[in-house]
Structure formats: C-alpha cells, structure tokens
Write a protein that binds this ligand. Structure first.
Ligand code: 25A
Ligand code: L14
Length: 345
C-alpha cells in the first residue's frame, strides 16, 4: 500500500477537516473516547476559524486554514466540511499520501470508492485507493438494523420514513432551531429560515435536501442508492420519506420490511439481541422504546416497537433511533480507520 496508514511509533497522524463543525467536534471527542492511537492531531477549517482553537484530550489545537494546509505528514484525514470542500481538497490529501475518510456525499457513489459501515460491509475496505466514503447518517443506522434480517431471511422491499434532527444540518441547523424556539415561546418575531426551508420550531418539514424530478428529495434518493451499494443489492426496492423534526440530536426512523419468508417479531428480536452495533430496547408495556433523547450521546442503533404486519406474515414493522453525529457521522468514520489499522497489525 502506498498510503501512509502504517503504525509509526506511538500511533497515527490524524487531521480533522471541518473541526469546528458539529461533526468535526464529535470526531475529536470520539478519537479521544476510543483511545484511538493518535501520534499527532491537526484541526482544519475555513479561514473564518483559523487561529482559534478546539479542544482535543485536554489540549488546545490551533485551527489551520484548510486552503494553506498540506497533508504530507498526515496518515488519516477525516473530512466533514461539506461536499464542495471535499471535492476541492480530498484528492490533494490522497495524493500527499493520506487515507481520506470523507463524511460528505461527494464521492459515495463513485464505483471505485468504498462506502462502508463496518458492521455491514467491512470487506469493502479490502480494495481502496486512499479515499473511503462514510455514508449518509440515515442510511448508516438503517443498514445496521437491516443487515441481520438480510443474512437470516433475505429482504425484498424496504419502506422507511425518517424523523431527522436539526444537527443533521450542522451546528447552524441547531442554532436556528434554538433561536426560533426561543422567539416562538417569547412571542417575538422568529428569525428568517436559512438552513431549513421554513421555521423548524414546533413544526415538521417533509423536506431534506433538494427535490428531484421524481418527486423524491436527494436525501431520500441517497437512502435508496447508498443502501443498495452498502448491502451489495443493486436491485433492492426501497422507498424513503425524509422529514425534519424539531429535535436537536438523533434521527428516528419507522421501517417496514418485506422479507423473503415469514418471520416473527420474536425471531427478529432474537437476531437483534446479538447483532453488532444494535441495542434492542423493546418493552412497550414499560414504555421502553427508542427515543432521540435516549439515543443521543450513545454509540448504538436502538431498535424497538418490533411487530409483525397484521395481514402479511413476511412483513415486519419497527422503529430505530441513532445519534446522527455519532454512528451517523463521527463514530462510523473513526471505526473505518480502526478497521484499516487492525488489518495492518
Ligand atoms: O455542503 P453540505 O454537504 O450540504 O454540508 C453542509 C454542512 O452539513 C454538515 C456540516 O456542517 C456541513 O458543512 N454536515 C455534513 N455532514 C453531516 C452529518 N453527517 C453534517 N451534519 C451532521 N451530520 P457543520 O456545521 O457540522 O460543519 C461545518 C464545518 O465545515 C467547515 N467549513 C465550512 N466551509 C469551509 C470549511 N472548512 C474549510 N473550508 C471551507 N470553505 C466549517 O468551518 C465547520 O468546521 P467554519 O470555519 O465555517 O466554522 C464555523 C464556525 O461555527 C461555529 N461552530 C460550529 N460548530 C460549533 C460552533 N460553535 C460552538 N459549538 C459548536 N459545536 C464556530 O464559531 C466555527 O468557527
Ligand atoms: O449526506 O440534513 O451526509 O440530516 C448528512 C446530514 C445529508 C443531510 C449527508 C441532514 C448529509 C443530513
């Protein structure tokens, strides 16, 4: 391998691009919490943030302007500064010898770019060219839940409706929800919607990313195309409806799956009880079911409300929640780096 992701004495040289953002900050926390073997850490963002600092493991790291930052001494570069930033800078990081793990949608559907959720398709990392894509947050938690069903019975069709939090639109999305909520409660003029098409406070918006000619949004099509690629099921039938809800952190999803054979809710629960990355939480009589505020700041994909369809024994319905900034972004990216490191030892 030409890429410098070999263990140098004391670990790996890591750069976080977009380090001041909601995802970038979570990446710093995740690297620290998991004791990722960091030999040195660099933080990069736009010129707006250059010279400020971010906290990593008790140290203040001064932010570099990405436009003037080189990658010659970087082993892993974790990008989360938006698709246009990755399109402009990821290839020069790869050319300088870094392995790039990119959280944006820029390269996910390129045939020669692995799109990886370690619990589902770690084998796709066998053959990379220095650039690995981290899937969309809503897709990641869904495939973690679907994989055991696909292995045990086979999946014929998936219908999903999402309830996505404001932090999916980055720190500015959270700030907009908070400011709008405060204004609404105080009876003041609400700030103009910027990150969202309408004010999000006290409302639900069936609109994430832009509308395409098919009537689906790009976010909904990302869930279709990325799931097909990750699960290596190019013909899998899926339909998604993605909505934004006034939640700070944690995406919820209502999922209906048509399986290849009859399968009981009890059998599905038994599968998920042992599945990697899954936390089964399904005791409705005790009011135990996944919620965004329960899943926030945790690593798992939480699964509950598991039930058979009333009419079709091959169909299951269930509810999942995961922290979009953790498993949906930062954690999955760090796990990819951990898998790559594991293979070198
Ligand atoms: O373009 P896209 O693909 O549509 O993506 C849009 C945005 O969606 C978010 C992410 O926003 C992305 O930029 N995003 C992407 N994937 C996501 C996912 N899976 C996701 N959100 C959730 N889940 P973000 O706010 O998280 O981070 C943006 C980061 O990118 C840096 N950046 C922007 N343009 C850049 C650039 N870096 C280099 N070159 C450019 N041209 C951006 O840096 C940020 O790091 P910045 O210098 O603009 O920093 C913004 C200032 O915002 C404040 N701030 C941010 N987070 C916090 C905060 N303050 C306090 N607490 C915070 N948690 C700081 O003042 C910071 O300086
Ligand atoms: O494609 O707004 O990774 O909830 C992640 C955040 C898409 C939008 C991606 C959100 C983005 C999503």
């Amino acid at each position: 391998m030409n890429y410098r992701n070999r263990n140098t004495m004391g670990g790996y040289r890591v750069a976080v691009v977009g380090a001041t953002g909601a995802v970038g900050r979570e990446m710093l926390k995740t690297l620290e919490a998991r004791n990722f073997p960091v030999a040195s850490l660099r933080a990069m963002a736009s010129a707006r943030s250059a010279g400020q600092s971010v906290d990593y493991a008790g140290q203040q790291i001064v932010i570099e302007d990405l436009n003037h930052a080189g990658f010659a001494d970087v082993d892993f570069a974790l990008f989360s500064a938006g698709g246009s930033v990755s399109l402009a800078h990821a290839s020069r990081a790869v050319e300088a010898g870094a392995v790039v793990i990119d959280n944006t949608s820029a390269f996910r559907m390129y045939p020669d770019v692995p799109l990886v959720v370690p619990e589902v398709n770690a084998h796709a990392l066998d053959d990379h060219r220095g650039l690995i894509a981290n899937p969309n947050c809503s897709t990641i938690q869904m495939v973690v839940a679907l994989k055991p069903l696909e292995q045990a019975v086979g999946i014929e069709r998936v219908i999903v409706s999402t309830y996505q939090s404001a932090s999916g639109a980055g720190q500015q999305g959270v700030d907009e929800l908070m400011a709008g909520t405060r204004a609404y409660i105080n009876g003041e003029q609400e700030p103009a919607a910027k990150k969202f098409a309408h004010a999000l406070a006290f409302d639900v918006l069936p609109h994430i990313d832009v509308f395409e000619d098919s009537g689906f949004t790009r976010e909904e099509l990302k869930m279709v195309n990325e799931t097909r690629k990750i699960m290596d099921r190019p013909g899998l039938e899926l339909a998604a409806t993605c909505a934004r809800v006034p939640v700070v952190r944690g995406h919820s999803e209502s999922i209906t799956v048509d399986l290849a054979a009859p399968f009981s809710a009890e059998q599905a629960r038994a599968l998920w009880a042992d599945a990697p990355g899954v936390q089964l939480f399904d005791a409705p009589a005790q009011n135990h079911y996944p919620r965004a505020r329960l899943a926030a700041d945790t690593d798992a994909t939480w699964i509950g409300r598991v039930r058979n369809d009333l009419h079709r024994p091959q169909t299951l319905h269930f509810w999942i929640v995961s922290d979009n900034l953790r498993k949906g972004a930062a954690l999955n990216a760090v796990q990819i780096a951990e898998v790559l490191i594991g293979r070198l030892q």
